[in-house]
Write a protein that binds this ligand. Structure first.
Ligand code: GLU
Length: 518
């Protein structure tokens, strides 16, 4: 019988989720939904030293903001609860002991000093990568080298020990990665990893495999940094006798800095000029202990749909020209086969581009909501919804973030404080000023104040004076807005209203008097 597809996202709460982590969660989610399966989240908190308060909550809020919905998690539970490894602690020992019994794992009693001495010895003998393995274990104090009764005595006396996996000396470990194809690793390159620590906590490797098995995970989709651990995981499945239900692995490509010079890391923070975290993170500086704030996509004005669409393309493409995909469309189109092996470069311009597309596609009413909110925050409370909608529809083409709407809208609420000098020096002269004065005089009486009607009136005035529209347009824009460029001028005048427009022109004529004196 076909097994139901079950995937998991298994973050460790050691800090804020990096965008690479969000991408991993997203691909798991898309795959699960596409396959009609389930996605769960498991908190991997076996390393208590690296626990960061607030990190779990941050992970939860980030996924919620992104619209990644979990079927099972520590927050909504599910049939395999608990979903935090620290709460599953009593479960793991029996599995480690099972491996000891079957001869695939062993007790090791070496003290930290003995381990250091072993490494020093090997380094002195110019062994390139000193490790506890099939060769070195023979010289160490473990249940493979010590007599059975001594091992029993040590255990009975409560001597500190770890349980290590007994990795075979010469064996090829192979598995078929869904993205990379066959991966073959020689067991001599794998060390005897600790499975159970001396404090009774499992290591990541043991807990991860036991839980993936118990939680009936069918596909492990995770970052490339876990690829070196995969052969070890394959060995564990084999030794537990779980090979027939071993999940399929898919290791996602690395995310690189925009210039391709290396992995995009958490430490890049805001250094590169863009956030590496979905939400703002309040942390502490590891060295000084001072509070730190790292910016987030949410707080920087990114829309979740745009962020998700962008992330989906960092390592995957649909094989067509289409770039805009809603979450539902991504689910329809997604396939692991189309995930690339080669690293994906972060592109700051692209994520901004996505935000512009999603922002501009929003209904004007929604954009007006953003605008009113920003205006109100600035103390501008007398703007009607209707006016906000008109303004938003006009200025959205110049906005990347919701907050840009209010910035672009300022021209409607503030008369120009200055006039673009270049335009004034090139375009402003007595003839143009005359035409503008005539236009300002006729404008207040206009009954039709639509952009087209205003344009018709302007054309009529200008041509009546034997001039062309092109001669006055830039000067008029500067008189009304102060700036050399901006949204459609006729629409601006229509929204401002004929009275206000005429007044602005008259103020400009007065202020720029000196240019017309010649
Ligand atoms: N806890 C690991 C992490 O923090 C999970 C790796 C995996 O998915 O196996 O990324």
């Amino acid at each position: 019988m076909e097994r139901e597809v079950r995937v998991r996202f298994a973050p460790s709460p050691t800090g804020p989720l990096h965008i690479g982590g969000v991408r991993t969660a997203l691909y798991n989610y898309l795959f699960a939904r596409k396959m009609g399966g389930k996605m769960l989240l498991r908190i991997e908190d076996t390393d208590q030293n690296r626990f960061v308060p607030g990190a779990e909550d941050y992970i939860r809020q980030s996924l919620e903001w992104c619209g990644i919905v979990l079927d099972e998690s520590p927050w909504n539970e599910g049939p395999h609860a608990p979903y935090r490894q620290s709460e599953r602690k009593p479960m793991y020992m029996q599995y480690a002991l099972q491996l000891v019994e079957s001869g695939h794992a062993y007790y090791a009693f070496d003290t930290p000093e003995e381990l250091d001495a072993m490494r020093a010895r090997l380094t002195a003998a110019k062994v390139p990568n000193p490790q506890y393995n099939a060769i070195t274990r023979a010289q160490m104090r473990n249940s493979l080298t010590l007599p059975e009764d001594e091992v029993k005595q040590l255990l009975d006396a409560g001597t500190a020990y770890v349980i290590r996996l007994k990795v075979p000396r010469k064996e090829e470990v192979r598995f078929n990665d869904m993205i990379r194809g066959w991966v073959v690793v020689h067991s001599s390159s794998i060390d005897d990893k600790v499975l159970m620590k001396s404090d009774g906590m499992p290591t990541y490797h043991l807990a991860n495999i036991v839980d993936d098995h118990l939680m009936e995970i069918t596909h492990v989709i995770r970052g490339e940094e876990w690829l070196p651990s995969a052969p070890l995981h394959v060995l564990l499945y084999r030794y537990f006798g779980w090979e027939s239900t071993m999940p399929q692995f898919a290791h996602l490509p690395l995310l690189l800095k925009p210039d391709g010079t290396g992995k995009l890391s958490k430490r890049d923070g805001d250094r590169l000029g863009f956030p590496v975290f979905p939400l703002e993170w309040h942390g502490t500086d590891a060295e000084t202990g001072e509070p730190t704030v790292s910016s987030g996509y949410r707080e920087s004005g990114y829309l979740p749909d745009a962020f998700i669409n962008f992330l989906a393309f960092l390592g995957w493409n649909p094989g067509s020209q289409q770039e805009l995909f809603s979450m539902d469309e991504l689910i329809q189109e997604f396939s692991i086969e189309r995930v690339s092996k080669s690293p994906a470069r972060f592109d700051q311009n692209k994520v901004r581009w996505y935000n512009e597309q999603y922002l501009r596609a929003k209904p004007d009413g929604e954009l007006a909501g953003y605008l009113l909110e920003s205006l109100q925050a600035q103390g501008q409370t007398d703007v009607s919804t209707e006016k906000a909608e008109q303004i938003a529809a006009l200025v959205k083409e110049r906005a990347t973030f919701p907050a840009d709407l209010a910035r672009e809208a300022q021209l409607f609420f503030q008369r120009p404080g200055s006039y673009d000098e270049q335009v004034v020096s090139k375009k402003w002269n007595a003839q143009v000023a005359g035409a503008l004065a005539a236009f300002a005089q006729q404008l207040p009486a206009a009954t039709d104040t639509s952009p087209d009607a205003i344009k018709a009136l302007l054309t009529q005035v200008v041509e009546g004076l034997g001039m062309k529209l092109g001669q006055v347009l830039q000067a008029l824009r500067v008189a009304v807005t102060g700036a050399a460029a901006g949204p459609d001028l006729m629409a601006i005048m229509s929204i401002l209203g004929v009275q206000e427009t005429a007044e602005r022109i008259n103020v400009a004529l007065e202020q720029l008097n000196s240019y017309t004196a010649a």
